[in-house]
Design a protein around this ligand. Sequence first.
Ligand SMILES: [Zn+2]
Length: 199
Amino acid sequence: MGDRPREIDTLIEMMARLPGLGPRSARRAVLHLVKKREVLLVPLAEAMRRVGETVRECARCGNITTSEICEICADAARGNGELCVVEDVADLWAMERGGAFKGRYHVLGGTLSALDSVGPDELRIPDLVDRVRGEGISEVILALNATVDGQTTAHYIAEELQASGVRLSSLAQGVPIGGELDYLDDGTISAALKARKGF
Ligand SMILES: [Zn+2]
């Protein structure tokens, strides 16, 4: 290029990989950061460094945490036998915003996808089967998105868990087709949870 320092180009290229940002928004964001060096760029870099050093996945459920086990897994009051299976941490956050769910979670880390060659071992499905066996789980709530891949994954999990005899349920309709949990308002999530049905 020549018209920009190499360091700035590198930053723009990295920012452009973020969801929702393309090259154009990345250029704007980086220029803004450089202009707001002291109030934004330096504190942001520091915040990112700290997250990079401290944040990891909960060894049990896959939630984001700064300790070995996340707060939800560590909270004895949430060991009520209910386990809610979600695709992603964003969905866990959405369920928590709703405030209606009092059990624990299992974050798969995605959905089965033939197209992207994601199989059960790429997700936390074997861990899920182990947890249901070992943690005295009475009900597994499949809170997967109403997409084709989400529903394929739900059916696969249901088959895997059939032998365990655990009760299986899914969120009630009200979750729009193709809708992602993260986009639902809190009341809708709570209603879909209360009206959950056998899977
Ligand atoms: Zn956890």
